[in-house]
Write a protein that binds this ligand. Sequence first.
Ligand code: 4AD
Length: 435
Amino acid sequence: MIDMYAEATPISDALSLEPVGEVTIRGWIHRKRSSGGKIFIVVRDRSGAMQCVADRSTIGTGSWSSLEPAYLESAIILRGVLVEDPRAPGGREMKVSEAVVFNSSEQFPITEYQSTELLLDMRHLWLRSSRMRDIMMARASIFGYARRFLDDNGFIEISPPLITKAGGETGANLFELDYFGSKAYMTESSQLYAEAMIYSLEKVYSLAPSYRAEKSRTVKHLAEYWHLEPEMAFYNNKMSMELQERLVSTIANRLAGEHEGLLKRLNVEIDPLLAIKPPFKRMSYEEAIDLLNQKGAKKVWGDDLGVEEERLLTEDEENPLFVYNWPKEIKAFYMPVNPDDPRTVLCSDLQAPGGHGEIIGGSERIWNLEELTARMEELKLKRENYAWYTDLRRFGSVPHAGFGMGMERVIKWLLRLDHIRDAIPFPRVINRAYP
Ligand code: 4AD
């Protein structure tokens, strides 16, 4: 009898093990058919899939009677001898000598062709598909590359609160909460808290969810997304842009270098990811508007860019593109005025190529108390909610800059996904918070 908790060999290792011999594998039944006293099953684990054959005349009755009724997706552990078989996926097949089915699954509700809506309703089960597994593996690596890059560059990771009293951006898209009888909000950005922490840690980042109650039904908006927010003391936006292009290139290059098989399965070309290198092209907002108008858009100075303009702007680009110094009116309250053109503020957005949209928003921060309070008054922000934030400009204020990168936007772009919801396991979008 196989010990249910015995060490098992990952399938990808079993497929390359030398010499070929007896192994124990475990996973879930991916495919199954029976014919002439044999059961053919494909077992999947997170590393791969293996074809296995159980022959009624050679395996014990206990093993046979647990295998025979098992539906797809049953969890299983198998022991047997591997034999070379060029027709099998991976070139090897297991002749099963013993099998234990942990829990015979009910009939699995997802079959080959299903509507997108059903797959979203069944997200908790659809996450087992090879495509979703590959995306989730890539996601974990991308989170790791981002963290490692910042750790290696002298940043300290911080843990911001997710419940706040005030918005960190426009405040127009906040999810409101009843916080023990008073109003509070789910955070839309951890930036203000990251700013508080540079006074002791100098270079910090948070990697945490942000919440946006945007009523946008687009392929790049989530109501809950993971936000990487570095904040740096003694930095200006030019230095911040240099850091951003190094961060983004490192993530793209490492993904391409370490996940060739996974990227091939997702039909993502490796070479364009390896070719992403600093410096990225830089274009002022004004130049971007001119370029858009040359391409047939009808934009005037002061307009924000929508999905179509982002596509037009980046359709011919292979690297991401910075658009810097935007009009003050369409950017957040904490951005300082550009001394060379007071209509604009010192900020930049990083646009992914191929119309995947803005992946990073960043800026310098107003560090002068009078300038900050004047700007907050102009925008009628409630003083009492931001008193702690303005305090930061009273005690040891320092020039600083930072940025926020939408992790799912980056994943969508790097993996060429059609919709951002596939970049996160349980997407929260305007019409869905289930499962
Ligand atoms: O440009 P945003 O709104 O900037 C901030 O929140 C700043 N406080 C960040 C900072 O400087 N620390 O958002 C930053 C990034 C965007 O570039 C985009 O990648 C992502 O967050 N983002 C979203 N991702 C998914 N769904 C949404 N609804 C998003 N809204 C913004």
